[in-house]
Design a protein around this ligand. Structure first.
Ligand SMILES: [Zn+2]
Length: 449
């Protein structure tokens, strides 16, 4: 079976492997007991079937319940590399209008359709197919390579943390870590034609706080002014009026500088001088809609509201959940302090439900970043390579504690519609784009020195 990967280009075998894996619904849920654990065992069995050489030659470790960590011994162990992907997918909303069944991996219009094609089984199979192909050709990597495939990424599970612990206990300090994240993003910015090869060098931290107001409650026929619901409502409108101070992190500045040559005349000058004109650029972003504004500050969204469970009962407790995406330069402590000051009401408690800082910024220069950037340029010559700060959370953030060079990039071309389909419906990955991704991983492994 392995010999079918012997060619220098990715073949149909990789596509079949992707289809086989997408058909196994490895849905992760916050409540582990409610999950179908057998799907993960099935996935492991399928991986073994699809990638026999990988399973024969690499050392396999179980991480947590269903996490996998493979060790590919290289010529040297001085600068080990970690490639990551995750096995689990988010659930499918049965009422969503999928054009093709989400777990059938059908091929239509030159694409594989299904949950997980983009997030993140495409990368999982891409990495494995690249390794299998290289093994079939008798290749040995110049450095140790570790493959870390968590099974609880979508529910912020512990697999990645445990993988980090395992690496630490073996004295492994990665030279660089590569996880999902950026892509070859088509139609990323209005007015900019070439696709962007965006490499995530940091990610915002997901933090949630709850505002809690308490009071006497009682019967709705005898209300009192300033009850818990009224105070929560006032707190929410105060937050809306006082967003966090804008902040344009260094990688974002760098991104605009890289885009300058491709920007329309009006914007090009501003982009080229992004560092010097930081305040002007920041204001322009804040005025350009929610996506652009999110680049320029820690965002704050009131997501849940709760009061009394009955129409005729005054709430004795009212709450509002605030989801924050903490950007580089802000901290959980500083944004919580901002919320306290903005709410300006001592009777409201601000409780931190989950706290995650923005990830440290990995360098967007130096040999590791250059290696990634050059491999992007080689496989996707039309793309403009640029660092950026990711808005979503990945397992990669756990690795920042043991490695200063953590990058987030998935080597697939994605249209805007495809990016929007992630965690939504109609997720699909172009067949040629998938195969180009396999080639990308393969070239990356070959280029490590
Ligand atoms: Zn993912």
């Amino acid at each position: 079976m392995g010999s079918e990967y012997a060619g220098t280009v990715a073949t149909d075998r990789a596509l079949e492997a992707l289809q086989a894996l997408v058909r196994i619904p490895t849905v992760s849920l916050p409540d582990e007991a409610a999950m179908d654990a057998t799907t993960f065992e099935e996935l492991h069995a399928e991986l073994t079937r699809q990638f026999p050489l990988l399973h024969e030659r690499l050392e396999r470790h179980r991480i947590g319940v269903h996490g996998l960590l493979f060790h590919w011994v290289g010529t040297s162990d001085a600068r080990p590399v970690v490639l990551m992907a995750h096995q689990d997918v988010v659930p499918v909303d049965e009422s969503a209008p999928w054009q093709h069944p989400p777990f059938s991996a059908e091929i239509h219009d030159g694409a594989v359709w299904g949950r997980g094609t983009l997030d993140d089984k495409g990368a999982l199979v891409g990495i494995c197919a690249a390794v299998e192909g290289l093994l079939a050709g008798g290749f040995a990597p110049a450095q140790d390579v570790w493959l870390s495939f968590g099974a609880r990424e979508e529910v912020l599970g512990v697999d990645a943390e445990l993988a980090v612990e395992t690496l630490q206990s073996r004295g492994v300090t990665p030279w660089f870590v590569l996880d999902e994240g950026g892509a070859i993003a088509h139609d990323a910015f209005p007015g900019i034609d070439p696709p962007l090869g965006v490499i995530g060098v940091s990610e915002k931290g997901i933090t949630t706080v709850e505002l809690v107001a308490e009071g006497r409650g009682g019967h709705a026929s005898t209300p009192e002014a300033g009850g818990p619901t009224a105070r929560i409502a006032r707190a929410v409108t105060r937050l809306e009026k006082r967003p966090l101070a804008p902040r344009l992190p260094e990688p974002t500045i760098r991104m605009f500088e890289q885009l300058a040559p491709y920007a329309p005349t009006g914007m090009s000058l501003l982009f080229r001088n992004a560092a010097r004109l930081r305040p002007v650029l920041t204001q322009a972003l804040l005025r350009s809609g929610p996506e652009a504004a999110a680049l320029a500050r820690t965002t704050m969204a009131v997501t849940t509201l709760e009061g009394s469970p009955a129409y005729n009962v005054i709430a004795s407790r009212a709450t509002a959940g605030v989801n924050l995406r903490v950007t580089v330069g802000d901290t959980v402590a500083s944004v919580v302090e901002h919320i306290r000051r903005a709410v300006a009401d001592d009777s409201i408690r601000v409780e931190v439900v989950e706290a995650n800082e923005a990830s440290p910024v990995s360098p967007s220069e130096g040999p590791a970043y250059e290696l990634l950037a050059e491999t992007v340029a080689a496989v996707f010559p039309d793309a403009v390579v640029t660092p950026y700060v990711m808005m979503a959370a990945t397992d990669a953030r756990y690795f920042t504690g043991i490695c200063p060079q953590v990058y987030r990039f998935t080597p697939f071309r994605m249209s805007r519609a495809q990016r929007e389909a992630i965690h939504s419906y109609d997720e699909h990955l172009g067949v040629q784009d998938f195969l180009a991704g396999v080639t990308w991983y393969r070239r990356l492994l070959e280029a490590i020195t």
